[in-house]
Design a protein around this ligand. Sequence first.
Ligand SMILES: NC(=O)c1ccc[n+]([C@@H]2O[C@H](COP(=O)([O-])OP(=O)(O)OC[C@H]3O[C@@H](n4cnc5c(N)ncnc54)[C@H](O)[C@@H]3O)[C@@H](O)[C@H]2O)c1
Length: 306
Amino acid sequence: MKKIQKVTIVGAGLMGHGIAQVFLAHPGFAVTLYDTFPAMLDAAPEKIRANAQSVGWTHCDLGRLRLTGSLADAVSDADLVIEAIPEKLELKQQLFADIEKLSRHDCIFASNTSVIPITAIAEMLEDKSRMIGTHWWNPPYLIPLVEVVQTAHTSAEAIDAVMKMLTALGKTPVHVKKDVPGFVANRLQHALWREAIAIVEAGICDAATVDLCVKNSFGLRLSVLAPLENADLVGLELTEDIHRVILPDLSTAKEPSPLLRQLIDEGKKGWSTGAGFHEWSETDKTQARQRLTERLLQLLPKQVAC
Ligand SMILES: NC(=O)c1ccc[n+]([C@@H]2O[C@H](COP(=O)([O-])OP(=O)(O)OC[C@H]3O[C@@H](n4cnc5c(N)ncnc54)[C@H](O)[C@@H]3O)[C@@H](O)[C@H]2O)c1
């Protein structure tokens, strides 16, 4: 499979323009951004410029960014299409069916879905061997991980080409060999969220206390000592003893918590409404964003940030 050079990103929202920024910071890629909403396309270059400035990137070449409102124009000569449109299965299925008709036969198709199995997204494709998952994390220009998801149909060449490309971009690609909902990192993250919500629901403590516990204990260690490294550190016998006591008591809920629905029904949807588990003023949100960017820049090696 030839080297990936012409990349099209479909969807210029939060993830799409952030992913475009990564390619624009690396010479050798021609980047096309497509969106059905002209306002999103028009706003993308300024958002990329502002993001690049906020993290000190001086090498983000907006001259290599092409914007288009035509899907045919966007994908007809692409080596790789990365989809970052809303998390709706039918929308993604139809998009890739359209792209397959409009693109070259050797173009690789990648979805940035957070949790939907890639096999389901590829359902309407005639050639499913070129369909993979590339799950980037927000903000994509800072978080190193990209989960590269293989389905039962994906060719080894497609996986190999994308893994090599992501490595060249300075990312940390991981090969996910089974197409399970949530892949690897979101399964881990949402196992924690399920228990966090269950603790509040059971009245063990309030939401502020849950977050305080995480931020002042294992949250501090996680980026240098991940769960299985930590299990080795404390020893697998202790891990087994702890699990014998605690696992029967942890949440095994198979449905979203009723507490989530209750908060949503009360209009507490999170940052968008100024309240969720916590209250959020505009200042709180700005400060939280700044704290996150500053901490990520401190933690990440320079080459990841460039
Ligand atoms: N937000 C996150 O933190 C995050 C992280 C990882 C993965 N994801 C996943 O990435 C995808 C995009 O999420 P987002 O947060 O960037 O969404 P977003 O709502 O910010 O952006 C989606 C964009 O897609 C455009 N769009 C809608 N339908 C389209 C179509 N048919 N063709 C072309 N463009 C279309 C919209 O105009 C919008 O600009 C989702 O699958 C999401 O689950 C999100």
